[in-house]
Design a protein around this ligand. Sequence first.
Ligand code: GDP
Length: 304
Amino acid sequence: MLLRNRLLSLNLTSFLSPPSPPPKSASFLFSFNKTIAHSTHKRPELKPDVSASRAAKQPMSERARFAKTVLFVPPGVDPEDVTDEMILPGSNIVVGPYAGHSQIKEVEFVKSSGRAKDCPKDDRPEFAILGRSNVGKSSLINALVRKKEVALTSKKPGKTQLINHFLVNKSWYIVDLPGYGFARASDAARTDWSSFTKGYFLNRDTLVAVLLLIDASVPPQRIDVDCANWLGRNNIPMTFVFTKCDKLKASKGKRPDENIRDFQELIRENYKQHPAWIMTSSVTGLGRDELLLHLSQLRNYWDQ
Ligand code: GDP
């Protein structure tokens, strides 16, 4: 609880700061497939030191505005009804009535595909996992499914540049996408981080959301921001999964929570409602169960 409040207040403080100068690029609305209406709201003008729990005690309308702007409010929840207890620890994610069975009992590798049209053809919902090389993607997949061979499959030579489908509990897919990351790439290379992966995002009807992994142990990287903005512009639902959040004792540079706050600062200009985000660590297990619960509510709503 303490950590949750501390992290929330650290991160949410940035959202509640006095309005920043107008963004250079046009704002766009992040929307979730089939989600409840996400209408346009101004950022609440609260004082910078307001924490989530204090905000939860504000009058209803202000609290609802806070919820709509800063939190991820899932389908089935009225922002007016959001309470502090409904927010998953170390995240901005509100748990709603669609959250349900979330643990992974079995997982099987199905296939590797070179093109979106070669991916499995059925109606099962899927979550794509994406991030820079070395972001901790294999470790997170391992931690989620608790089976080393899954992540190892994706790391096999020849598979890293493919779309890898894993069937979970015979009912939904985890999709491991090629890592991106050309630290010194030109702008052209950055925006063309993978035309075939773009094809997957734009054409995959059963894609419920992208889990965009961001390394919280380093400052925000331009390529991650570009990737997030590309997904946002194309209305691809996403959840920011911050990795390596256990690295709290870094002797140099900023702490993960500070890096996360800086990343959110860069991102928020482009969203009227902030996408879901969650802190994780594959070393300590931080955020694992919470992330699975979040996926369950997205999936169950999609399944309807
Ligand atoms: P991938 O290339 O994105 O699949 O990244 P890996 O999962 O192979 O991880 C890259 C490096 O980061 C490895 O040395 C991991 O041990 C380390 N790593 C991954 N996740 C974590 C984490 O949560 N905490 C810490 N401290 N290190 C991590």
